[in-house]
Write a protein that binds this ligand. Structure first.
Ligand SMILES: Cc1cc2nc3c(=O)[nH]c(=O)nc-3n(C[C@H](O)[C@H](O)[C@H](O)COP(=O)(O)OP(=O)(O)OC[C@H]3O[C@@H](n4cnc5c(N)ncnc54)[C@H](O)[C@@H]3O)c2cc1C
Length: 327
């Protein structure tokens, strides 16, 4: 691959990714008087039956219900197609009780070269649009004991409803294992778990498989601390706006780490030297602390609060989850 010839000229490229999306194939249904729903796919009840008796629709051509919101959605997934196919099969075969499909979470997982990416439930944007009182955390952590060969960092974003403390969604990415933690979140969300219940699940642990506190438990614990008001987080998407408004970004990692990679506009005051260099900080400005994953930033926050600083927060996910350009 050297270049792509387009209507407006030649574009140099090493790789071309075509993303055309998908649409439900509903022509036959439409022509047969089968009702389509608001998503454009075929409307079905919880037994996967259409508006016409004994005509069932499943898979990519049919709608689903979101398990959390109860709203009609269209998630064209092979996982959903198989589950709805079984429900329809049971019902078509005349099961007396009738099998039902309560809903789906839009769970998906994919591999993009070395990167594994997974999601389930509501995104932060969806949850806010639906009126939930949303709180989020972004937590990098190793997928198994850090000293065990093959250990890789994964980043978990957890989305929770502040009022009910229910887990609404999660997104996980990294080079490590993401399907297990996303399936833990799927199970928790499906049974209406709160973040507190998620934190206390008795999950399997041995060094080749996990950390003693799994990544989902670590994310849940960070969320519980945030909900308890122990710290305030700033999301990476909001950082620039905050800095433009005058916030100081203070990186508390050691100088060697800072030298390798840092966020433009930040200053470096290693955690150990924070107390002696505190005069370099402006008490009138908001101070946002950043480290590799968030732990040292949290310790620095406690230290600064102890020294009387009022406006201190932490960059969610540290520099590990920071998605923009660094120096
Ligand atoms: C590249 C790719 C990767 C994917 N990866 C994943 C994944 O990793 N995980 C996941 O969950 N989902 C994945 N999906 C989605 C998944 O494949 C679909 O959700 C699933 O196949 C839908 O099943 P279905 O039976 O509804 O439709 P299909 O599998 O599309 O089957 C429909 C069949 O009907 C036939 N057909 C259409 N019109 C007519 C007609 N008029 N008469 C007779 N036959 C007809 C078609 O030829 C086809 O064989 C992927 C999809 C693609 C394209």
């Amino acid at each position: 691959m050297g270049a792509v010839s387009t209507g407006t000229g030649l574009l140099k490229a090493d790789l071309v990714i075509l993303s055309v999306g998908v649409r439900p194939n509903v022509d036959i249904a439409r022509e047969s008087g089968i009702l389509l729903g608001p998503t454009g796919a075929i409307a079905v009840n919880d037994q996967t039956e259409t508006n016409i008796n004994d005509i069932y629709a499943v898979g990519d051509c049919a709608e689903n219900v979101n398990l959390i919101t109860g709203r009609t959605v269209w998630y064209p997934m092979g996982s959903t197609a198989n589950k709805t196919g079984r429900v329809a099969g049971v019902n078509l075969a005349g099961a007396e009780a009738g099998d039902t499909m309560k809903g789906v979470l839009g769970t998906s997982v994919l591999k993009l070269f070395d990167l594994n990416i997974a999601k389930t439930g509501l995104s932060e944007r969806d949850a806010r649009a639906l009126g939930y009182n949303v709180e989020t955390v972004i937590v990098p952590a190793p997928d198994r004991a850090h000293y065990y060969p093959g250990s890789r960092t994964i980043v978990t974003k957890l989305i929770v409803d502040r009022d009910s403390r229910r887990v609404l969604g999660g997104q996980i990415f990294g080079e490590g294992v993401v399907d297990k933690p996303i399936d833990i979140l799927v199970t928790a969300i499906s049974f209406g778990a709160t973040v507190d219940q998620l934190a206390r699940l008795d999950l399997a642990y041995a060094p080749p498989f996990s950390t003693a506190l799994s990544t989902t438990a670590v994310a849940a614990n960070v969320m519980m601390n945030k909900l308890a008001g122990k710290f305030t987080g700033v999301g990476p998407l909001d950082l620039k706006e905050k800095m433009d408004a005058g916030a100081m970004l203070v990186d508390v990692r050691i100088d060697k780490e800072y030298f390798v990679r840092n966020i433009p506009g930040s200053i470096n005051i290693p955690l150990r030297r924070l107390a002696e260099r505190v005069d370099e900080l402006d008490r009138e400005r908001e101070i946002i602390l950043v480290c590799k994953v968030g732990l040292r930033a949290y310790l620095a926050l406690l230290k600064l609060k102890g020294l009387g600083f009022k406006k201190v927060s932490i960059l969610d996910g540290g520099i590990t989850a920071y998605p923009f350009e660094t120096e």
